[in-house]
Design a protein around this ligand. Structure first.
Ligand SMILES: [Zn+2]
Length: 381
């Protein structure tokens, strides 16, 4: 790996808070940073202070009138429901523009570090994959991922593989590159039939010269680690190898974890660990620019902290201790969290729920067959 892994963080990121009772809690970032620090991982990274994205940066993707509406919401307390501002998911607050721009800045700083020769970064605040060109959506004001990829592509038309394992479909990123064959987007998520944003079906494969370069694998509620690993090996690995991206970008939302309160998937730390290890190996073998990882969903702050700390340890190639330090558990308790897990990793066996395994795996077999029929021919597979 060239250069240290870059990790943007500052307490100013914690000001991105819609309302105190909103599910997207800044404690997710605060606790992730704290646990990673207590386990010594931050001694191994280059921690940087995120900058604010400029208006010009935001316009790499967003419409000027949408940016004006965000600024107006923050400054004058006006709602703009036509731009997704002031809705139940995205209430307005005074710092809505500045904090949104800081989240974008953190991801852009990561991309700049990669363009300057560092090869891997983990930006835990990034991953706002639902934001559209002209609208905020699903807790996402500005789409840091699309803006960062567009910044890179302004320099050179690099090939980017975007892989998203958040429980929700990565619709904003998919739509931004729907007509492009230089950005291959792959999203694995709970089916849009039962979860926001209601898209991400198999037949959404791209348009114009981008046909075959948007890939979606929707899952039934209850699907978990065996399905995630199967999809990775059957779809992600062959596409990764044939596409040969210059850069890997991953959205690593952990709201598909079995303990997460918002979605209905049952991933475990073991599934994530298998996938993250493979991503590290493949990105270092194939991607000459490296790997830009961002966070994403995850609505159980303590759980998010242990999973993203695990991911950071894996990205660094470090064997982190499995026991969660008492000091960390005490802080969580003081912050009002209960039932703090003892370990970074989940127990081997978890209780399965919702549908039977047979139904879930039959459904997945059908989906995999269809995805391969629709997409693989565009990749010589
Ligand atoms: Zn999500």
């Amino acid at each position: 790996m060239r250069g240290k892994l870059v990790y943007p963080y500052s307490d100013a990121l914690l000001e991105y808070e819609f309302k105190t009772d909103h599910p997207l809690k800044p404690d997710r970032l605060k606790l992730t940073h704290l646990l990673s620090k207590q386990l010594g991982l931050l001694d191994l990274v280059e921690e940087i202070e995120p900058t604010l994205a400029t208006r010009e940066d935001l316009e790499l993707f967003h419409a000027p009138e949408f940016i004006d509406a965000v600024i107006d919401s923050g400054t004058n307390n006006n709602v703009h429901p036509q731009y997704g501002l002031g809705t139940a998911d995205n209430p307005i607050f005074p710092l809505i523009h500045e904090t949104g721009a800081r989240y974008v800045g953190a991801t852009l700083d990561s991309m700049r570090a990669i363009m300057d020769g560092n090869s891997n970064t983990f930006c835990i605040s990034g991953g706002l994959h639902h934001a559209h060109r002209n609208a905020a959506s699903g807790f996402c004001i500005y789409n840091d991922i699309v803006i960062a990829i567009n910044m890179l592509k302004k320099k050179k038309n690099y090939k980017v593989l975007y892989f998203d394992f958040d429980a929700h479909h990565g619709d904003g990123v998919q739509n931004a590159f729907y007509r492009s064959k230089e950005v291959l987007t792959i999203s694995v998520h709970q089916t849009g039939k039962t979860l926001f944003p209601g898209t991400g079906f198999i037949y959404e494969t791209g348009a114009a010269e981008g046909i075959g370069y948007s890939v979606n694998i929707p899952l039934m509620p209850g699907a978990g680690t065996p399905e995630l690993i199967r999809i990775f090996d059957d779809v992600v690995v062959p596409l990764f190898e044939s596409f040969e991206p210059d850069l890997l970008v991953t959205q690593m939302g952990v709201d598909g974890h079995y303990m997460d309160p918002l979605a209905h998937l049952t991933y475990t730390s073991h599934g994530y660990e298998t996938v993250v290890r493979k991503l590290l190996k493949m990105s270092s073998d194939i991607c000459k620019l490296g790997w830009l990882a961002v966070g994403g969903g995850g609505y159980h702050p303590v759980n998010v902290a242990r999973l993203w700390t695990l991911f950071l340890g894996l990205m660094l190639g470090e064997d982190i201790p499995n026991r969660i330090p008492d000091e960390f558990k005490e802080t969580c308790t003081e912050m009002g969290y209960h039932d703090i897990p003892e370990f970074i990793r989940d127990p081997e066996e978890i209780v399965q729920m919702y549908f039977s395994r047979e139904e879930i795996s039959l459904d997945l077999e059908r989906s995999l067959r269809r995805v391969k029929e629709l997409v693989f021919p565009y990749h010589g597979l």
